[in-house]
Write a protein that binds this ligand. Structure first.
Ligand SMILES: Nc1ncnc2c1ncn2[C@@H]1O[C@H](COP(=O)(O)OP(=O)(O)OP(=O)(O)O)[C@@H](O)[C@H]1O
Length: 263
């Protein structure tokens, strides 16, 4: 990670807020920190707290005023969608703690944990890799159905994710049971367009195909089983809307195949 970015964040945050970089994407740099932005520091706390700090650094190649406007818009958009989604019953997303749209910074709840036997952080991607020796395990099936349900709930409530990959699903244990959370709503939006939902499903299917290709057919079936269940529970209206989404999903898939054949 560029020293310049680290220095800029450290100055902005002041030395009272220690940060640990964990990822640098095209858009943002993600850190963990033990400091809550507005709650008093718990000196005696036995377990150390952990929060995510997502920072969108200024982009030198953009005109400064356009850069400021874009950073503000994207930070606000991600914060808004997270705040709205956490109000939806049954939907698992990280809680928004604070946001400073002018400095491109949001503080969110840290989710996930280390997988057993050094299998890394509990993203769905790592979980599926960890399970590759026993891919048809009931636990894998249950997790994938639950992930499908989360996406179904998101879509049923007229939102889409915009970047549904297996890295953007994080698993966290609750009473010994894995529960999936959707993260990274940087490209998320409120939408009634069936096209956006079809594209979300296609992006996820492709992500599963490319990173877990041996078992992708079964994995995608389990995901879709969970997804469809959400719509089935909504009686006639649900069935009609599901039919439209699945039809568009198939169309998006065909378009994708055609594009990859032509190159
Ligand atoms: N709430 C969270 N809890 C735990 N880890 C998180 C959380 N949010 C993000 N991360 C970690 O940081 C990584 C990057 O976060 P995120 O996807 O939000 O940023 P991004 O810049 O949009 O990334 P990319 O460009 O790679 O999509 C995630 O893949 C995940 O490992």
């Amino acid at each position: 990670m560029s020293g310049q970015i680290l220095e800029a964040v450290s100055i902005y945050l002041t030395p009272n807020i220690p940060i640990e970089p964990i990822s640098q994407g095209a858009e943002a740099v993600v850190f963990t920190t033990s400091v809550h932005p507005y709650e008093p520091k718990q000196e005696s706390s036995e377990t150390s707290n952990k929060y995510i700090l997502k920072y969108r650094p200024p982009k030198k190649y953009r005109h400064p005023s356009i850069d400021k406007a874009l950073t503000k818009h994207r930070t606000l958009s991600e914060s808004r969608i997270l705040a709205k989604l956490s109000q939806l019953p049954g939907l698992n997303v990280p809680k928004l703690i604070a946001c400073d749209v002018y400095n491109g910074c949001i503080w969110i709840e840290f989710l996930g944990e280390e997988l057993p036997n050094g299998n890394g952080f509990s993203s769905l991607k790592n979980f599926l890799w960890m399970s590759a020796s026993d891919p048809h395990n009931k636990c894998v099936e249950t997790v994938l159905e639950k992930v499908g349900r989360q996406i179904g709930l998101l879509h049923w409530n007229e939102y889409c994710h915009g970047d549904l990959t297996t890295s953007n699903v994080v698993l966290q244990q609750s009473d010994g049971v894995w529960e999936p959370y959707l993260i990274d709503f940087g490209l998320g939006s409120a939408t009634t367009f069936v096209e956006d939902k079809g594209v979300d499903l296609y992006v996820l299917e492709r992500a599963v195909d490319s990173t877990h290709s041996r078992y992708a057919v079964t994995y995608n079936e389990w995901l879709m089983r969970g997804y469809k269940a959400v719509y089935h529970e909504q009686s006639k209206k649900g069935e009609n809307r599901l039919r439209e989404v699945l039809k568009r999903f198939e169309e998006v898939r065909l378009r994708g195949r055609k594009r990859s054949m032509i190159g």
